[in-house]
Write a protein that binds this ligand. Structure first.
Ligand code: SAM
Ligand code: GLN
Length: 286
């Protein structure tokens, strides 16, 4: 392709991706990145010519994504989450839009609590997306974040520094490092691994080959992480705490009943995402 107008370049890429069974919308993000301009500018310049060398490098990336499934976010190096940019690489799950809804739930729960100087723990923090967003949106809280992966924690720490969020990162098995620090939380939030290994065949190669295994899969039909976290919970909270989990869309009942067994007097709700799928379980009054 030689010089073309921006909308033509975009059209070519979207069609090419569609033909190759990839999400066409990523073309926009990638082209915007190659042009090094803001989203607004991008829309204003649709009729401008794109320099030939940019068309060339953009085309190479689009073809690489189509052929290998490498996520666009790995090519450009970041993903936007709740309006902020997070460095991502092969050591962390690319944060998902569903998880922004989990964050929204936690913000709402936090604002409903009478005491605003709460302690929050994000378990399995990955890129740090949940913990860092909460620390920014709820400046009166104290935020801890755990992960078993040292490499994930390094990415999360980098993001926290870049975004100037004050988080205490702890390495270990789910809540264990927080418990070892003799701390008690008011709110616990987690998007743990929840996919059953048997479902691996249903994932696209963008997920299967490029998100870390540790971030995706859990034993016991995808429930193992919830089971472990729920058994750890009593040691990590004072009474009256809130827990918010992201879940797989068929796990609402199972996760609710695990919580109900451990905390029979708590108030447990399964909440849907914007696509109408069960996506979160929030329990208050633990
Ligand atoms: N919180 C991030 C998000 O929502 O984008 C990442 C979520 S990813 C689904 C799950 C995370 O849990 C991964 O970063 C993984 O390393 C971490 N993890 C897996 N097993 C763990 C364990 N036993 N203890 C602590 N973290 C664990
Ligand atoms: N929601 C992610 C996916 O569909 C999985 C994240 C998780 O297991 N917590 O790929």
């Amino acid at each position: 392709m030689d010089t073309r107008k921006q909308f033509e370049v975009l059209q070519w890429a979207s069609l090419f991706l569609e033909k190759n069974k990839r999400e066409p919308r990523v073309a926009e993000l990638l082209l915007q990145h190659h042009l090094n301009i803001s989203r607004n500018e991008f829309y204003m310049r649709m009729r401008d010519e794109v320099p030939a060398e940019i068309v060339q490098s953009f085309q190479t990336d689009i073809e690489r994504h189509a052929q290998t499934g490498v996520p666009i976010q790995h090519i450009i190096g970041y993903e936007t989450f709740y309006g902020r940019e997070f460095l991502v690489n092969e050591h962390v799950l690319i944060p998902r839009p569903e998880t922004e809804e989990l964050v929204q739930q936690v913000i709402q729960q936090s604002k409903n609590m009478p005491n605003k100087s709460q302690t929050i723990v994000d378990i399995g923090t990955g890129s740090g997306a949940i913990a860092i967003t909460l620390a920014q949106e709820l400046p009166e809280t104290t935020v801890f974040a755990t992960d078993i992966s040292e490499q994930a924690l390094a990415v999360a720490q980098h993001n926290a520094t870049q975004l100037q969020a004050n988080i205490t990162f702890l390495q270990g098995d789910f809540l264990q490092p927080f418990i070892s620090n003799q701390k008690k939380a008011d709110i616990i939030v987690s998007n743990p691994p929840y996919i059953a290994k048997a479902e691996e065949v249903t994932l696209t190669d963008t997920v299967k080959k490029f998100d870390p295994e540790l971030a995706l899969f859990a034993d016991d039909n995808g429930l193992a992480a919830y089971k472990k976290i729920i058994t750890q919970l009593p040691q990590a909270i004072d009474s009256g705490a809130t827990v918010a989990f992201e879940i797989g869309h068929e796990q609402g009942e199972a996760v609710s009943s695990l919580l109900n067994n451990q905390f029979p007097t708590s108030n447990i709700n399964v909440i849907q995402d914007i696509n109408g799928k069960d996506r979160m379980v929030v329990a208050t009054g633990l």
